[in-house]
Design a protein around this ligand. Structure first.
Ligand SMILES: [Zn+2]
Ligand SMILES: [Zn+2]
Length: 217
């Protein structure tokens, strides 16, 4: 199976150009079997897209539910994740396996820290990765707080220094993921996770990620 682990839709991500309809069509055309929509979950996205934290939480998950339904009709598995940013700095973190309930208090989450959230993630079976950790303006996160890092981010308008990320992951034994960080048409499917395992739902995806049953191609 060919899976995109990192894509944005414009309904929730202020920097996204593609609607969920467009994402589904484009990823289907690109030969993908599954697409993880990992929209920005940050105070900035919240401020730009909604009036209240509750409204942002609802928009985030309603968009995902709608994408899941449209994906089913189109024959593309849609799964959800979060690109979480704390108020602390400009780092972004990819979070897989967090439930709607666990992030209901958006503001508490934004004011958290990698240390606190990392502990929460470990206790709750949530996978916590730093996205593109060696782009400009990123701050090193202590490896012990993380499950892994993104070692291949193919966003064409940033230099993610993937070679350094890979070296870092190997040095500290961090799990390695990769994604296109898709925001626009030209970003679609420039990298993928490939697995022999048949992913049918979020639990399957977590199993595959947790046990490294994929390769980044
Ligand atoms: Zn973005
Ligand atoms: Zn992103």
């Amino acid at each position: 199976m060919k899976i995109e682990l990192h894509a944005h839709s414009r309904e929730v991500s202020p920097c996204g150009y593609l609607s969920v309809e467009e994402l589904i069509r484009l990823y289907k055309e690109a030969g993908f079997d599954a697409l993880v929509i990992a929209n920005h979950f940050s105070r900035k996205a919240m401020a730009e897209k909604s009036e209240t934290p509750e409204a942002f939480h609802a928009l985030f998950h309603q968009t995902l539910r709608r994408a899941e339904r449209l994906g089913r009709e189109a024959g593309l598995l849609i799964l959800g994740a979060y690109e979480l940013r704390f108020d602390l700095n400009d780092n972004d973190y990819l979070v897989y396996g967090m439930t709607e309930e666990q992030c209901r208090d958006c503001e508490a989450l934004f004011s958290s820290t990698p240390e606190k959230f990392g502990r929460f993630a470990r206790e709750n079976g949530i996978l916590f990765y730093q996205a593109h950790p060696f782009r400009n303006h990123m701050t090193v996160t202590a490896p012990e707080h993380l499950f892994g890092i993104e070692v291949r981010n193919t966003h064409p308008r940033h230099d993610s220094r993937n070679d350094i990320a890979l070296t870092w992951a190997e040095k500290f034994g961090l799990h390695q993921i990769g994604g296109s960080d898709c925001h626009r048409v030209q970003d679609v499917g420039t990298t993928a996770a490939e697995t022999e395992y048949e992913v049918k739902n979020s639990a399957d995806l977590l199993h595959v990620l947790k046990n490294d049953l994929y390769k980044i191609v």
